[in-house]
Design a protein around this ligand. Structure first.
Ligand code: GDP
Ligand code: K
Ligand code: MG
Length: 300
């Protein structure tokens, strides 16, 4: 009866797409806060991460996923595919992100995976700020609409925040009635420790993306307040000695820059003064070893 009708709405929104189309950038800008790390390097995102948006009577829980891709050779790739798949099992809307009017085999592969999803799928045509010829957009949208019954096709620029308000409005309308899953002021499901590791990994990816393999990992060995200062010790794990030299750089210049940029982001995210120490250590061949991945937390 009327008396039990909920006046709040809450739902999960999965963000999917091939690597590098701008999924994490989109989530951060929808939230108005940097939760998920981004870089030009494909597969920067390795973990499924929740970004929680709450306004008035609606809560939307965005699920940023590692890019869906077919490469299965290494254990780390299997883990990433699994994380991307589980994101689709219990959700209320899907944002499939593509890069302008480019349509690759991988995009098609992602779309094929969405055929079994019951939730509405929104096609997000991202990076329109970089579209050379705007005339190509409409015919492209028409062709894609024949491939799939999208709830809506929304051209946006995640990076510049163009058209995100109307996307947010459409999503709010789609959310089912329900109680909030998280407290109103919570922005992610991840711990501060995890966020610290991700910030360090982002700086490494951005500065050394081309020179390092995906197997570079970061562990936080210390995360503690002392005299109102947050003391963080981060351990950067690489596969080979040569990579260790690259991360450290000439006279330690690179690791210093990574540390400076990471510290700045940490201070604004944690709203505290941060003392950051970084080390680099060689850990042989763990990208191929699922047990080692497990101990580093790459499984949920
Ligand atoms: P993901 O792998 O799908 O999560 O992609 P990211 O969010 O990491 O973005 C990949 C790259 O595309 C980064 O260098 C972003 O800055 C860039 N990018 C994302 N969205 C836009 C956009 O709307 N316009 C432009 N010009 N670049 C974008
Ligand atoms: K990326
Ligand atoms: Mg990402």
């Amino acid at each position: 009866t009327d008396q039990f009708k909920l006046d709040t709405k809450c739902g999960f929104v999965a963000i999917v797409g091939r690597p590098n189309v701008g999924k994490s950038t989109l989530m951060n800008h929808l939230l108005g806060q940097k939760i998920s790390i981004t870089s030009r390097k494909p597969q920067t995102t390795r973990h499924q991460i929740l970004g929680i948006w709450t306004e008035d009577k609606t809560q939307m829980v965005f699920v940023d996923t590692p890019g869906m891709h077919r490469g299965q050779e290494k254990a780390i790739n299997r883990v990433m595919n699994k994380a991307a798949d589980t994101a689709l099992s219990d959700i209320d809307a899907v944002l499939m992100v593509v890069d302008r009017t480019v349509w690759t085999e991988e995009d098609q592969w992602v779309l094929d995976k969405l055929q079994r999803i019951k939730a509405p799928v929104f096609l997000i045509i991202n990076k329109v700020d970089q579209l050379d010829n705007k005339q190509t957009l409409l015919p492209h949208i028409e062709a894609l609409s024949k491939k799939f019954n999208f709830a809506s096709v929304v051209p946006v620029s995640a990076l510049h925040g163009h058209n995100l308000d109307s996307l947010t409005d459409e999503l709010v309308n789609t959310m089912p009635a329900g109680l909030f899953h998280f407290p109103e002021d919570q922005v992610t499901d991840r711990s501060q420790r995890f966020m610290a590791a991700e910030i360090i990994r982002e700086k490494i990816m951005r500065q050394l993306g081309e020179e390092l393999p995906y197997s570079t990992a970061v562990e936080i060995e210390q995360f503690a307040f002392e005299d109102r200062i947050l003391h963080i010790h981060g351990l950067i794990l690489v596969e080979r000695n040569g990579q260790k030299r690259i991360v450290i750089g000439e006279k330690g210049a690179r690791i210093k820059k990574v540390g400076q940029e990471a510290r700045q982001d940490m201070e604004s995210l944690f709203e505290a003064k941060v003392m950051l120490n970084l080390w680099v250590k060689v850990k042989g061949g763990w990208a191929d070893d699922e047990r080692a991945l497990k101990s580093l937390g790459y499984y949920d």
